[in-house]
Design a protein around this ligand. Structure first.
Ligand SMILES: [Fe+2]
Ligand SMILES: [Fe+2]
Length: 466
């Protein structure tokens, strides 16, 4: 694996041009991926100087909608006629502004992207063999304070603080690319379910918003949580910030600049958690401290579309996620950590099963109904019943994609059945969408049987019991 910096704010090589922007070429043994495109065609000029052939790359990854990362895309289209463009639909549609120094647009001028070349990504996904995109990065840890100068136009045309739903991260062969890390470096690292050997990108800590103490605390947390990871940074991290971080991280932190080339050892696919040994996974009762991780998995089970459907006008996934995390932290909600079994692997929550006594639904749902009014602006008091008395109702079951096909969901289901036995409930019940035969096959594999037709959230469902 090799990566080469084609555009950055700085360089040590006088033959290369610089600009406020970032573009890096990542070459693995399977793919050649351009990570961001800088603001202009500077990356193309520098590629020529460095003898890099951009006509051969097969993917372009755009980390977010700002012009210093996406502005060069239209120039790339003139030298490459086939590379697929990985970008968030929010980046393509957003109008972005900065009030840093003075108010100005930082919306990229997008080229026409042929439909067959566009990979509009709004959910985390493996988009090619060994190439993973991380979307919907949860903001559990601090985000850069410099974000306060960054705005986006909302659906009413008002300039509002950017929540960075348009930001994606890319992972390949142990390398995690963070773009500008507007979502917060720790949040991006936490959202990556794969082992991280190298982090590359801007950290967006410029302009002295964070104090030296805050920066040192961040560096110390990174070293504690990721002691085997090496960080490479430049672009928007800030010249004054680097020495402060480096005073804590020492040789775990390096500065890159235009022309930097690093030959790195790729993490072998066998060390990826796409093949975790199932006996390394433990099923346990959840704790309150796992609320944010659990909420993320509940939302994955619900799908983004469904979560947005629950939101009132002007509310989005971040609001929904904040509400869900609070509901998991509570003891009296249906989503409470007390109703949740977690599958643990690599010190992380990789799967969940949320279940509760179906006869208590009305009582348990009050917390959601109240929270929805204040947090996502919608009254859900008229919602359909989804449970039946006399069963342990399985509300949500989810396993991160990288940990699937290892029997974890089946183990969560069997442990849920044991929980029903302990609670003295005769069966576990669940609803599966009539159009989800794969889901039904999973449930059938542990013994669930069809009981009757049902209906929920406007969908015809099948009620299964075990
Ligand atoms: Fe940015
Ligand atoms: Fe940037």
């Amino acid at each position: 694996m090799k990566w080469t910096v084609l555009t950055d704010n700085r360089t040590n090589d006088p033959t290369l041009a610089t600009e406020h922007g970032l573009s890096i070429l990542l070459e693995t043994d399977r793919h050649s991926i351009l990570l961001d495109t800088g603001a202009t065609d500077v990356f193309i000029q520098n590629a020529r100087t460095l003898g890099v052939d951009l006509s051969k790359i097969d993917y372009v990854f755009i980390s977010h909608g700002h012009s210093d990362h996406a502005g060069g895309l239209r120039h790339l289209m003139t030298v490459n006629d086939h590379a697929k463009v990985i970008v968030s639909p929010w980046a393509l549609s957003g109008r972005f502004f900065s009030k840093r120094l003075s108010l100005h647009s930082i919306t990229a001028e997008w080229p026409e992207i042929p439909a067959e070349r566009l990979l509009a990504i709004d959910q985390s996904a493996e988009i090619a063999d060994g190439l993973f995109v991380i979307a919907n990065i949860p903001q559990i840890h601090p985000v850069p304070k410099g974000n306060r100068h960054l705005f986006v136009e909302d659906h009413l045309g008002e300039c509002v603080h950017d929540d960075f739903r348009h930001e994606l991260a890319l992972y390949a062969d142990g390398l995690l690319f963070t773009g500008c890390a507007h979502s917060g470096l720790e949040n991006i690292l936490s959202a990556c379910p794969y082992p991280i050997k190298t982090v590359v990108g801007g950290f967006h800590l410029l302009d002295h918003h964070e104090t030296k103490e805050e920066l040192k605390d961040l560096a110390a947390r990174l070293m504690e949580k990721y002691p085997d990871t090496t960080f490479y940074t430049s672009h928007c991290t800030g010249d004054q910030v680097f020495p402060t971080l480096h005073s804590v991280m020492a040789d775990h932190l390096h500065a890159f600049s235009c022309g930097t080339q690093v030959d790195g050892e790729a993490l072998k696919p066998t060390s990826l958690p796409t093949t975790p040994a199932s006996d390394n996974v433990q099923i346990r009762a959840a704790t309150r401290a796992q609320a944010a991780e659990i909420a993320q998995l509940i939302m994955m089970a619900m799908t983004d579309d469904c979560c947005l459907h629950f939101c009132g006008v002007g509310y989005g996934l971040k609001d929904f996620q904040k509400m869900m995390t609070a509901l998991v932290e509570r003891e009296d909600s249906q989503y409470s950590y007390r109703n949740t079994l977690v599958a643990m692997a690599d010190k992380k929550v990789v799967g969940i099963a949320v279940s509760y006594d179906g006869g208590l639904l009305h009582e348990l749902r009050q917390a959601f109904i109240q929270a929805a009014k204040t947090c996502i602006g919608k009254d859900h008091s008229g919602m359909d019943d989804e449970t039946q008395a006399g069963e342990l109702y399985l509300d949500s079951l989810a396993v991160w994609p990288a940990y699937r096909r290892k029997g974890i969901a089946q183990r969560l289901l069997r442990c849920t059945k044991e929980k029903a036995d302990r609670m003295g409930l005769p069966c576990v019940g669940l609803l599966v969408d009539q159009g989800n035969p794969a889901g039904e096959a999973l449930y059938a594999s542990v013994g669930f049987r069809y009981a009757n037709d049902s209906h929920w959230g406007g969908h015809p469902m099948r009620h299964l019991v075990l």
